[in-house]
Write a protein that binds this ligand. Structure first.
Ligand SMILES: [Zn+2]
Length: 248
């Protein structure tokens, strides 16, 4: 694209964030040129997608194979009652595109597998793991390692949330942290825990896309919402991890 045709940043829309120390129009342009891949339009995916859309990320792909159910509505804030039975991707983008029509949205209504993940992720600048099952997470992890794309992992359970930034070999990979998939169970969750955790996950992605230092590289942020205690734990690579060993 010729420089003259480049879309100008909407300085009025983003006025209040352009004012942030060290941000400016230049940083906003970086966000506008960014591509993100969000796996999951559920409890974490909704606040992640909303925060990235409102911040002005230019290109957002949302992937989810499920449709909206009544039991989703206590936490999945992009979906409304009239969309019960509708694909989550369609439902999410209906809301998001009415919120910020300048963002280019791509939807993928399919399950992620090791066979299709590379094509789905494409040339994204960052991957957001907002999914609740480990086969999909492992496929995403493998793709992130192969393509050397950073992955922001988050998870919620009850009154606890976790977020970390993964980009081996500087950090562990997901399989270093979870060599064996935990048993799949119905996750107890209240909306505010998913929303707060997903918002922190989005913040981590925005920081990376802005070109700022990674606050959670090599660290797991653990939020205990029942006591309002947040802590970060050092995390390190598993020397026997078969998934990221080629990066040693
Ligand atoms: Zn690993």
């Amino acid at each position: 694209m010729l420089q003259a045709e480049k879309k100008q940043v909407d300085q009025e829309r983003y006025r209040r964030q352009i004012l942030i120390d060290g941000w400016g129009v230049e940083t906003q342009e970086k966000l506008q040129d960014s591509k993100v891949f969000i796996l999951g339009a559920g409890g974490l995916g909704c606040p992640v997608a909303l925060n990235l859309t409102s911040a002005g990320i230019g290109n957002i792909t949302i992937c989810d194979a499920d449709s909206v159910e009544l039991s989703n509505l206590n936490r999945q804030f992009l979906h409304v009652e009239k969309n019960i039975g509708v694909d989550k991707t369609t439902s999410a983008v209906q809301f998001l595109s009415s919120f910020n029509s300048a963002v280019n949205f791509t939807t993928i209504t399919d399950k992620v597998t090791v066979d299709n993940v590379n094509e789905m992720v494409g040339d994204a600048d960052i991957i957001l793991d907002c999914v609740d099952n480990f086969p999909a997470r492992y496929a995403l992890n493998q793709c992130a390692i192969e393509k050397q794309i950073p992955l922001v992992h988050a998870a919620v359970w009850g009154m606890e949330g976790r977020v970390t930034f993964l980009k081996p070999p500087a950090t562990p990979c997901l399989s270093c942290l979870f060599p064996v998939a935990p048993q799949k169970e119905v996750i107890p969750i209240v909306g505010v825990v998913a929303c707060a955790t997903g918002s922190l996950q989005a913040m981590e992605a925005i920081q990376y896309l802005c070109g700022n230092h990674q606050s959670l590289q090599g660290q797991m942020l653990i939020m205990d919402y029942s006591s309002m205690r947040f802590q970060t734990l050092e995390i390190s690579r598993n020397p026997d991890c078969p998934v990221c060993e080629q990066l040693r």
